[in-house]
Structures are given as structure tokens and as C-alpha cells.
Write a protein that binds this ligand. Structure first.
Ligand code: 7TS
Length: 406
């Protein structure tokens, strides 16, 4: 299928509106992206026809809800090419996925003196759970540095992989810089030393094909809401033998096989990690989003977004006083920037007055801001429904700001 952005835009009702009397230009997709009609319809259908709790009732609605819920698990399995549906654990999002691994795999496998290796470009949710684990276990958090292009310095990363390292946890793609990390190289180097690897795929998965078997990562996490699906649902992929060896995360219903007051027998994976009633309709809608994306094709989306990014980068470089933060050779569709004399928060507010939504702030990556010695950046992050015309509108807006305030 050839990529037709206008056809795609027509699938997103929220984009058909004016903000401050201008057509909405939504460029905050790295924070969260908008939902196509098929995802909205899926939620409406679930609550209108098929809703009941899952894995419990013998009645028709519960059977329907369970089939739809487990059907979504199969869709996730296919989308990331996992070996088995048992490797797909539904969580609230990337954050919960990382916390789950820290609190189960981490607690079971780390002791004082062991090391966890991350990079200097991580989102707070791939820093803080490890700091908490280190506090609890006496393990140490090591950080591989980045360079001024916003790329991981791979030699230094390799030097920090030692016999003390128990886990590597890195962003597949950075939310603040757009950098796509050389994850295959990282994984094979870690595996040579018997070290497990978690990839934070929150930013990568909307922009590229992800094949967990080909990557050979041990864990992969992502959030539905950045992947055209609802918020409140995300995925932790883990290799089955690792998941089976890990202790459970939370205790409660659904994660057990048998409970007495003396002892509890846990359920099999993935249910062992899914305590309590899940976000049923959102999970089913995640499946609908994956069907929608598969129909368009992740390779086609990646190619189109690469075009958008290079167009935006070229235009941005022509603006005097604009500095791009993050110029990695391998980069996804994110343009972080600062302007001389105008604070990023003011950029955000002033662009909003033109109907343009960008994010301004530290992007939950304060160490990245410290490294580049900026308090914050303005960030335009693109999705498959954005157009070159919208990028032109953004650039015109930035030029206007500079004229008035610069
Ligand atoms: N990891 C990365 C790389 C992220 O970009 C984010 C969210 C998360 C993890 C956490 O995802 P959550 O869905 O569990 O919150 N990033 C952003 C952002 O860049 N702007 O808002 C949220």
C-alpha cells in the first residue's frame, strides 16, 4: 500500500479542529499521540456489547470479553514477533513495565556490589526504578555517557560492561533527543558476558518495526498511548524462561492458582504478573491499534517519518538563533531545540497561540538537560499523520516569535 497521509489524517477525528481559530497542528506525539476512529470504535463496541470481567465468568459476556482480551495478547505477540503469548504481560505502560522488572528480576538477581548499566539519555522512568532497587539491594547504578550529538559513546558503554554488571537497561530511542541507540550491538556485547538487557521501547515502537526475536533483547517495554492506543495499557515483553524464574510483582486475583491462608500457588506466566482486573477495553483497543498500524505498515510509517524529520531539520537549521538539541546520525522523528533569548516555556505558550502543540520542558530527562546545559527544550515530535505543511506552519511560527521577542 502506498502511504497516503491525507487518508490517515481522516481517520483521526481530533485533528479536525481549530485551536485559537487556527487548524490544530499537533506536534506533541512523543508525550502521547492521538487515536484513530478504529480505536475509539473498539472502546465503544466493548462497552456497548461485549463488556464483562475476564478469566472468570462462564457466562457469554465474560467469554466474549476474555476472547477479545486474549486476542489482543496474540496481536501484540505478532506485532513484536514474540515466540509465545506467554511472553506478553499487560501493564499500565512503560513505567510500570520497568518497575516490574526492577522489583522482580532485580530483587531476585541483584545483590550489594552488582551493577546496573544505563545511558546518559534515559527518561526518568528508566532511572528512578533502578535507583530505588539500588537503595534496596546495595547494587550500583552506572551511566554510560553521551556526546554532544546526543549519541551514546559506545566505547565507554562497552568499558562499563563488566563482570559486576547484572542488567543493562537502555532506551531504544530517546524521548528528549530522538537518538536511536545501536541496540543490537549493545545486546550482543551484553550477552557475550551473560548480562540481560531491557529495552525501553516507549519512543521507538511507534516509529519502526520492532522484532524482539531478531533483537534478542531479554525484556522490552512500551506504552499503548504513544502507539495510537489508549492510555492505561502497555506491554512488558520478557523471554519466557526469565519470566518463569521471576517472582511475582503484585499479589491479588488472577495471578494465583490456589490460595489458602497458609500458602499461595502462583498462576503460570503471563498471568502470574497480572494481578487484579486489568484495563479490559483499553487492552482490546490496543489490539485494534496494532491491526490499524499493521495495515499501513511500520516500514512505510518509518520511511514517511524519516522524510518529515529531514525536512524539519533542514528548515530548522536555516533559522538563525535556533539550536537543535540532539543531532545523532541515527534519529527518530523528534526535533528538540532552543532559541536564543526565548525560554522554551515561552516558545510553547506562543506556539499554542498559533494552534501549534509542542512540548516545552525537561521531558522527564533532567540529566539530558544538565548535559546540554539548558533548563529545558522545546520539542516538536512527529507522528505518521503530520505533514510537511504543518512543519512549514511550525517554522513560520518560530520565525514570528524570533521577530517579535528574539
Ligand atoms: N520511556 C521513554 C523513553 C519515554 O519517552 C517515556 C514517556 C516513558 C518511558 C514513560 O512512559 P509512560 O507511558 O509509562 O509514562 N515520555 C514522555 C515524554 O517524552 N513526554 O511525556 C512523556
Amino acid at each position: 500500500m502506498s502511504f497516503d497521509v491525507e487518508k490517515i489524517r481522516a481517520d483521526f477525528p481530533i485533528l479536525r479542529q481549530e485551536i485559537r481559530n487556527r487548524p490544530l497542528v499537533y506536534l506533541d506525539n512523543a508525550a502521547t499521540c492521538q487515536k484513530p476512529q478504529v480505536v475509539i470504535d473498539s472502546i465503544v463496541k466493548m462497552y456497548s456489547h461485549d463488556y464483562a470481567n475476564v478469566h472468570r465468568g462462564v457466562h457469554t459476556l465474560s467469554e466474549r470479553a476474555t476472547a477479545a482480551f486474549e486476542g489482543a495478547r496474540e496481536k501484540v505477540k505478532a506485532f513484536i514477533n514474540a515466540q509465545s503469548h506467554k511472553e506478553i504481560i499487560f501493564v499500565r505502560g512503560a513505567t510500570e513495565g520497568i518497575n516490574l522488572v526492577a522489583q522482580t528480576f532485580g530483587k531476585a538477581n541483584l545483590k550489594a556490589g552488582d551493577e546496573i548499566l544505563i545511558t546518559g539519555m534515559e527518561h526518568h522512568s528508566n532511572i528512578v526504578p533502578w535507583q530505588m532497587l539500588c537503595e534496596e539491594t546495595g547494587a550500583k547504578l552506572k551511566v554510560a555517557p553521551i556526546n554532544l550529538q546526543g549519541e551514546l559513546i559506545i566505547e565507554q558503554f562497552m568499558a562499563l560492561l563488566t563482570e559486576k554488571t547484572r542488567l543493562v537497561s537502555v532506551a531504544h530511542m530517546s524521548n528528549a533527543l530522538g537518538t536511536v541507540n545501536p541496540v543490537k550491538e549493545i545486546i550482543s556485547a551484553a550477552h557475550e558476558k551473560g548480562i540481560k538487557v531491557l529495552l525501553d521501547g516507549a519512543q521507538a515502537i511507534p516509529h519502526m518495526e520492532v522484532n524482539v526475536q531478531e533483537l534478542d533483547c531479554d525484556f522490552y517495554v512500551f506504552s499503548g498511548h504513544k502507539l495510537y492506543a489508549p492510555s492505561g495499557i502497555g506491554v512488558l515483553y520478557g523471554k519466557q524462561e526469565l519470566l518463569e524464574a521471576m517472582p511475582p510483582y503484585q499479589g491479588g486475583g488472577d495471578m494465583i492458582r490456589k490460595v489458602t491462608f497458609e500458602e499461595t500457588e502462583y498462576n503460570v506466566v503471563p498471568y502470574k504478573f497480572e494481578a487484579g482486573t486489568p484495563s479490559i477495553a483499553d487492552t482490546v483497543a490496543l489490539g485494534a491499534a496494532l491491526d490499524y498500524l499493521s495495515e499501513i505498515g511500520m516500514a512505510e510509517i518509518a520511511a514517511y517519518e524519516a522524510e518529515l524529520l529531514s525536512y524539519a531539520t533542514e528548515k530548522a537549521k536555516k533559522i538563525k538563533g535556533l539550536k537543535i538539541i540532539g543531532e545523532a546520525a541515527q534519529k527518530g522523528a523528534i526535533l528538540s531545540f532552543v532559541l536564543e533569548k526565548i525560554h522554551p516555556h515561552d516558545i510553547g505558550t506562543m506556539l499554542d497561540s498559533l494552534g501549534i502543540a509542542v512540548r516545552a520542558g525537561h521531558h522527564c530527562a533532567m540529566p539530558v538537560m544538565d548535559f546540554f546545559q539548558v533548563p529545558a527544550t522545546a520539542r516538536a515530535s512527529f507522528a505518521m499523520y503530520n505533514t510537511k505543511q504543518e512543519i512549514d506552519t511550525l517554522m513560520t511560527g518560530i520565525n514570528q516569535l524570533i521577530e517579535v521577542f528574539g
